[in-house]
Design a protein. Structure first.
Length: 382
């Protein structure tokens, strides 16, 4: 969770003067005669008309993968793959190089597919702890599976995986087509899909925090992605949780009680201890009667960085909607050490006022590799 144009209108009135057939024919002739000249003018230098600017591509190559360095795009797809038990390091390097080629072409618009048009695409690729251990890869020592948490209802078919890929774009159409290309590239190496999950963000103005399906702003207190505390030599660790949200039950709760459970005001996103969204929640301030302004079981309190020495996760979550009874949050958080998530989730699992409305039903951890270069594809350093 938080952890801390419409069509132009016709201007002619319905009761306005009627236009005769001869007038229409005359006007049509004038328009037809001038069509070529008008087109030439529109395309000429002096016309003042310009074709719509194409969106700038997202740079694929760089020290860190674009799925973490570029802004969150509104449509995403997570795809987990399993490798054959006989796969070795060379097979993994070959697979990652093939996937990197597809992702680079998708990013710069050179992927040959008539279904794709120029559009921003960001991506990341990550290695699961089981594969890292099996192949004795040079992954961070902190990479490990999460422990079991109270209240978990995990479906193994929806979580885990040897490789985890994430592709994000402006439209789900794009992520669906790219998933096909990635699976085609993976097939010669024996990699098989384990699970796939689509997610989305609501349309919000640039700089505004999107809301989750409970209606609250989600992702307010995020660290700067450049914070060195998140990284291992340009790589980091992803914790993924698929969290079903009982939106109907939560919507039936009065707004003031929702705000007490969350620890934030619904409309402004401000913490109960402040007045603006980005005010730092003061989990220690009290009312005159001695009770905490942000209640002891509020989500914001239990996930506060103040309880973890100031350590923060970079949260880039998405909502999902797989049917009326299966809607919720794709919690994607990036950190140097998943032990941070374990501490926070243990506190939440024990006391969070939101627990009656949340069910964690899938989980994964993966080492997000450093970025690639044209002469050094993903995984070359493994």
């Amino acid at each position: 969770m938080h952890i801390e144009s419409g069509n132009p209108q016709d201007t002619a009135a319905a009761g306005g003067p009627r236009i005769g057939r001869r007038m229409l024919l005359s006007a049509g002739a004038v328009l037809a005669a001038g069509a070529g000249a008008a087109t030439a003018t529109a395309l000429g230098r002096g016309s003042g008309h310009q074709a719509p600017a194409l969106p700038a591509p997202v740079p694929h190559y760089g020290a860190r993968q674009s799925g973490l360095t570029y802004r969150q795009l509104p449509a995403t797809r997570l795809l987990a793959l399993d490798l054959p038990a006989t796969a070795d390091r060379d097979a993994l390097r070959g697979l990652l190089a093939a996937l990197d080629k597809v992702l680079a072409a998708a990013s710069d618009g050179s992927l040959a597919d008539p279904r794709l048009s120029a559009a921003p695409v960001s991506s990341l690729a990550a290695v699961g702890p089981a594969l890292a251990a099996r192949l004795k890869l040079d992954a961070p020592a902190e990479l490990a599976e999460l422990p079991a948490f109270p209240g978990d209802r995990l479906d193994p078919a929806r979580g885990g995986g040897d490789l985890l890929l994430q592709i994000s774009a402006e439209q789900p159409w794009t992520t669906g087509v790219l998933t096909e290309h990635l699976l085609t590239a993976a097939r010669p190496f024996g990699a098989a899909p384990r699970w796939s999950q689509a997610g989305f963000l609501p349309n919000v103005p640039d700089g505004e925090t999107p809301r989750n399906l409970f209606g609250f702003k989600d992702g307010t207190a995020n660290p700067d992605p450049a914070d060195p505390g998140l990284w291992h030599s340009d790589g980091t660790i992803l914790v993924y949780r698929r969290i079903r949200m009982d939106t109907a039950a939560f919507a039936a709760v009065p707004t003031d009680r929702q705000e007490l459970a969350m620890g934030r005001h619904l409309m402004s996103g401000a913490p109960l201890s402040g007045t603006a969204e980005h005010d730092d929640p003061d989990i220690y301030i009290k009312h005159p009667d001695g009770s905490y302004v942000i209640p002891v079981d509020a989500h914001v309190r239990l996930s506060s960085p103040r309880l973890d020495g100031g350590a923060r996760m970079l949260r880039r979550g998405y909502s999902y909607d797989d049917g009326p009874d299966d809607r919720g949050l794709l919690f994607c958080a990036f950190m140097r050490d998943p032990a941070l998530f374990t501490r926070v989730q243990n506190r939440l699992a024990e006391n969070d006022a939101l627990n009656p409305y949340l069910t964690h039903n899938a989980s994964a951890v993966a080492w997000v590799l450093p970025g690639s270069r044209p002469d050094r594809p993903l995984g070359a350093t493994l």
